[in-house]
Design a protein around this ligand. Structure first.
Ligand SMILES: [Zn+2]
Length: 271
């Protein structure tokens, strides 16, 4: 079976991970811009990071037969520095035509602060002005529901934003309806030790149905793994679901969302 990982930070992963993904059937990945584990000190750090995402990581991935696409933004954690954030946002428009850039992301909120909201709104405006897809990070903390509500309200109040062109990621049982019932795509991030496990991910897919849901590993430099995608697929299959359903969730849904950007060349298959 073929897979797409819609959210993975390849910059933090080893070549063994690429090899694993290739063996497991991952044919394409999408890498949002995120926090490096420390706050970067200048606009030029981000310029280099964006060059890595657009030009270097696709070459690494291609060695394993994997198509690599990316998203650009300043993430919510570093958005506390509003001045630097505005400088970083200025770097983005000239890169939006790059053949590997799918849109603006992962933007969103971390601690739901005033500064985070200001920078989030500036990047929603950037995406709207340039007619870009949006990938949203929702808080991992206790205030996930509040943060997701604030994000959904900001997006719904902007008439330029088409919900079907926005993926709201890191959804859980208590936030998935906020995303989907408002017309947005919902991302499910599967973790090896905390948060949503493969079993809980399969429960959510059964409870809510696969429409407009994408499963991802969000693997980064923390405890995480690209195998969370395949483990969730195995758990779903073990419960008796047909291959056609699996293909729809793990391959076709990402193609449907990303395919709204003509740069995405992989087509959904008949199931
Ligand atoms: Zn991420």
């Amino acid at each position: 079976m073929k897979f797409i990982d819609p959210h993975i930070h390849c910059i933090s992963r080893t070549t063994d991970d690429y090899l694993y993904m290739a063996r497991a059937g991952v044919v394409a990945v999408s890498e949002p811009a995120f926090w490096a584990g420390y706050d970067r000190s200048s606009q030029s750090s981000f310029a280099d990071y964006f060059r890595h995402l657009t030009d270097i990581e696709p070459l690494r991935a291609a060695r394993y037969g994997i198509e690599h696409y990316c998203w650009l933004c300043i993430n919510a954690k570093e958005a506390e520095n509003v001045e630097l954030s505005r400088e970083v946002i200025q770097l983005i428009p000239p890169l939006l035509n790059h053949p590997r850039v799918l849109g603006v992301g992962e933007i969103g909120l971390n601690k739901n602060t005033r500064n985070e909201i200001e920078v989030f709104e500036a990047q929603v405006d950037l995406a709207a002005k340039h007619d870009q897809l949006i990938l949203i990070h929702t808080p991992h903390l206790d205030d996930k529901h509040k943060g997701t509500s604030v994000i959904v309200d900001i997006l719904k109040n902007d008439r330029r934003i088409k919900p079907e062109r926005v993926l709201i990621d890191h959804c859980e049982e208590h936030t998935i309806r906020l995303a989907r019932d408002n017309g947005f795509w919902a991302g499910l991030t599967i973790y090896p030790v905390s948060k949503v496990t493969p079993q809980r991910g399969a429960d959510i897919l059964e409870q809510f149905g696969p429409r407009m849901i994408m499963v991802n590993s969000a693997a980064d430099w923390g405890e995480s793994s690209p195998s969370m995608l395949t483990d969730t697929c195995l758990e779903f299959r073990r419960r008796g679901h047909r291959d056609a359903e699996l293909t729809d969730i793990f391959f076709n849904n990402p193609c449907r969302f990303f395919g709204q950007n003509p740069k995405w060349k992989i087509r959904a298959v008949e199931t």
